[in-house]
Design a protein around this ligand. Structure first.
Ligand SMILES: [Fe+2]
Length: 315
């Protein structure tokens, strides 16, 4: 039976930095993915396992994800078809990711986000093409957090403000999109989990070893980008979210980070820039890029007296 949502009582219960290297799905060997692997990238996969265990303890209705690989050039698009079923192939790693997906979309919440953001002057579009092929970023982040696909999702595209304008323009627009997303969730009555589907530093190798999961070849591409990643992660661990936001444009530029998609800015803003220590489940590299699995559990933090500042947090 469809759940009845009480209007105005919605909230974001958890947000996670949930990067999407297709290698992680490849290494897990789920039935949906055609290629088979021997092993690989265990630190990150075990980090996702820890995040999944925490999600199992949580009561929520929907997963809202913003992916860098659904790139739209005019505004932000939002999935608007109830059920999407197809195969998704990573254009760069077709030998690792040919994934058969079957997902349900919370179109009611999608429409609410489009409406809120449009009212704030952002260019928005509900994606209503039933044959649309969902990008691998959305799928990998959702699979690794919900391999059973037992929750509906809402997926947002990443528009190209970083590429066409600047990282500062991206930041400004994603802050507005984050605030709109929060308002839409609150009004909708849903309890939502948010996913920012992006890596941190993103310089990467251009040649692959004969066996992709041969971990003797895996390491950070460049020490400078590793230092940037550690700086961002330390701030997250200490709950210094406002500083994470302040240095985001510089970090994005210097570490060639996938935060250029706006995903992390969007999510932190929607969560009200929570000043709570984030749980870092894992950090590891994939073809040299820096990936962190990080959790901000707002539901849990509200119960802790030392995190009372959260109650005053506003987007
Ligand atoms: Fe990516």
């Amino acid at each position: 039976m469809a759940k009845h949502f009480q209007e105005g009582s919605g909230k974001i219960v958890l947000g996670a930095l949930a990067p999407h290297p297709p290698h992680l799905v490849y290494a897990e060997n789920p039935p949906q993915n055609e290629p088979r692997a021997e092993c690989g990238w265990e630190t990150l996969r075990w980090g996702y396992e820890a995040l999944r265990n925490n999600l199992l303890k949580l009561d929520y209705d929907v997963v809202v994800v913003l992916s860098p690989h659904w790139r739209t050039y005019v505004g932000t698009h939002v999935l608007g078809v109830e059920r999407l079923k197809n195969i998704s192939v990573d254009p760069v790693f077709p030998h690792l990711f040919r994934y058969h997906y079957d997902m349900t979309v919370d179109v009611g919440l999608s429409k609410a986000i489009v409406q809120e953001a449009s009212a704030d002057g952002l260019v928005m579009k509900l994606m209503e093409n039933p044959d649309f092929r969902v990008d691998y970023g959305t799928i990998v982040s959702c699979h690794l957090t919900h391999p059973n696909w037992d929750k509906p999702i809402v997926a947002l595209s990443s528009h190209a403000a970083s590429a066409y304008f600047s990282h500062d323009v991206m930041q400004e627009e994603m802050i507005r999109l984050g605030k709109s997303t929060r308002r839409a969730i609150e009004k909708s009555g849903r309890r939502a989990v948010l996913l920012a589907s992006n890596s941190l530093s993103h310089r990467h190798f251009t040649k692959e070893p004969p066996l992709p999961e041969d971990m003797s070849h895996e390491h950070i591409y460049h020490h400078g980008q590793y230092l940037w990643d550690m700086k961002m992660i330390q701030l997250m661990k200490e709950g210094r979210t406002d500083e994470v936001m302040a240095i985001m444009p510089d970090f994005t530029e210097q570490a060639v980070s996938e935060t250029d998609s706006g995903a992390l800015t969007w999510m932190l803003t929607a969560m009200g820039q929570p000043r709570i220590p984030a749980k870092v489940h894992a950090y590891g590299t994939v073809i040299g890029t820096g990936n962190a699995i990080v959790e901000w559990n707002l539901e849990e933090a509200q119960k802790r007296p030392q995190d009372q500042s959260l109650k005053g947090a506003q987007p």
